[in-house]
Ligand binder design. Structure first.
Ligand code: HEC
Length: 128
């Protein structure tokens, strides 16, 4: 027959074990993976929510300055902002790029800005 103090000691140990065990066994929430069939999925697993939205960036023609253009002009918005524009003369593209720099504080130096304007005029320009 167990003495009362022995029983309390063993019971305390059991409780301690159960508490520690449940702490270490806490399952990490799985991070959801995009479903291959439908990339526009919204998944909730545990406390993690993930939304997958199709990336549908427009293709721009190859020409000098394309790399600078695509890396610089995607900092704040999609390139669709540019692809939906009509063809513009040089001065309009120049004004547009300057607007991004002066009004929206795009960090673009004058050399890069010039190359971007030339690229835009090459692919979406009209004679002025
Ligand atoms: C610092 C952020 C930023 C960068 C970098 C940027 N833009 Fe923008 N752009 C904006 C904002 C803000 C708007 C306005 C969005 C709106 O009105 O909904 C905009 C809108 C536009 C529009 C739509 C017409 C207009 O004037 O509102 C065009 C075209 C455009 N940007 C071209 C460019 C090009 C070309 C580049 C690369 C040289 C560029 N943007 C880089 C912030 C930026």
């Amino acid at each position: 027959m167990l003495k009362k103090t022995q029983f309390i000691f063993i019971a305390t140990l059991c409780c301690l074990f159960l508490v520690l065990h449940s702490c270490t066994q806490q399952k990490q929430p799985d991070i959801a993976k995009p479903a291959d069939e439908n990339p526009n999925t919204f998944t909730v697993k545990g406390s993690v929510r993930e939304i997958f939205i199709n990336h549908d960036e427009p293709d721009f023609p190859e020409a000098e300055g394309k790399e600078i253009f695509t890396s610089t002009c995607t900092m704040c918005h999609t390139l669709r902002y540019i692809s939906i524009q009509p063809n513009f003369p040089h001065k309009t593209w120049e004004a547009e790029v300057n607007k991004m720099i002066t009004k929206f504080h795009a960090p673009i130096d004058s050399v890069r800005a010039g190359k971007i304007v030339n690229y835009l005029v090459t692919i979406k320009g009209v004679k002025q």
